[in-house]
Design a protein around this ligand. Structure first.
Ligand code: HEM
Length: 304
């Protein structure tokens, strides 16, 4: 069900709407004038608006849903995370019921019809998935957007790559995804339990063992990537694992790619001479989030 909702074809149809959200946000930054904060003014609201649009969350509910989604991801405050998860889940349950009575062209309407037509499937699981999709989009994408802007600000020699055709832009997006955040890498890996004994070099992972895969480490593997620690947006062979691998491969990878593409396409053009507005040493990691990323990415630009 979700595969088709996030298919590259669906994302292509959504591109004008997502690009328009990004341009409006950057216009707001211009209106207020420099300095600005990429994290607060672009990365977070773009990720929030894009998924709200896809799910079909009514405009008037965006702020409270954002608040609960932030709460769900707060790894320093378990009470806030639990309470927010409960509220977001209850909200999704009510909204799914409303969508069933009055469906429109959005993912929650599709999900409500799926629940109705598949009574053997777990209703609770699908409601949880609706809530999960909403807060998952607040996790990795803002961190990837601040990473994208940071990497190009610190490698201005590559800015021309962004305007040398769609293949070049696509390569740049993949390299941003592969490259671990230089200031604030993610702190979490992907957990799995071994179903059987597995030999890895001289070691044996025993059946039942918990294994945590460090995707950043895999993306820095020098046996796979040339100069893996360097940022090369023109990199061609780039089979990174940023979205995982296999059965749990990120369901919304095409949405994340679209958001990154739109940001890289617009921001350096709309904010001329964009630059960091602080020393790199002053940037601080977002320790509330497993995904890493920055608390703020202060920037300045020439106001035309
Ligand atoms: C740059 C942004 C993103 C990155 C780097 C990312 C990364 C990942 C990774 C590594 C996994 C695999 C987890 C595993 O194997 O256990 C995953 C799964 C998932 N992601 Fe993403 N993600 C991103 C954006 C998103 C967004 C925007 C959404 C929601 C709209 C989302 C929803 C999900 C879901 C629901 C799964 C679970 C899929 C399953 O278990 O079948 N992700 N993501």
């Amino acid at each position: 069900m979700l595969g088709s909702s996030f298919s590259p074809l669906r994302m292509k149809a959504l591109e004008p709407a997502i690009a328009s959200i990004a341009r409006d946000l950057i216009d707001d930054m211009r209106r207020v004038g420099p300095p600005g904060d990429i994290r607060e003014s672009l990365a977070e609201p773009l990720a929030a608006s894009a998924i709200s649009l896809i799910l079909g969350i009514p405009r008037e509910d965006h702020d409270k849903v954002l608040d609960w989604s932030e709460g769900c991801l707060d790894i320093r405050n378990i009470d806030r995370a639990t309470e927010s998860d409960m509220q977001l889940t209850e909200y999704m349950e009510r909204l799914l019921d409303q969508k069933l009575r009055n469906p429109s062209e959005d993912l929650l309407s599709d999900m409500s019809i799926y629940i109705r037509d598949n009574p053997h499937e777990s209703r609770r699981e699908i409601i949880g998935l609706a809530a999960g999709l909403r807060f998952a989009s607040q996790l990795n994408t803002p961190a990837a957007i601040d990473r994208a802007v940071y990497l190009f600000l610190t490698h201005p020699e590559y800015l021309d790559e962004l305007h040398s055709g769609s293949a070049a832009l696509k390569r740049a997006v993949e390299e941003v995804l592969r490259h671990p955040h230089p200031v604030s890498p993610r702190v979490a890996g992907i957990p799995r339990y071994a179903h059987e004994d597995i030999g890895v070099d001289a070691h044996t992972i025993q059946r039942g063992d918990l294994v945590i895969f460090d995707l950043d480490e895999a993306n820095r593997d020098s046996s796979v990537f040339d100069s893996p620690l360097e940022f090369h947006p023109d990199r061609r062979a780039n089979q990174h694992l940023a979205f995982g691998y296999g059965g749990h491969y990120c369901v919304a990878a095409s949405l994340a790619r679209l958001e990154l593409k739109v940001v890289l396409e617009t921001i350096f053009e709309m904010l001329p001479n964009l630059r960091l507005a602080t020393d790199i040493d002053n940037l601080s990691r977002n320790s509330e989030r497993l995904s890493g990323g920055l608390t703020k990415l202060p920037v300045s630009w020439d106001q035309g």
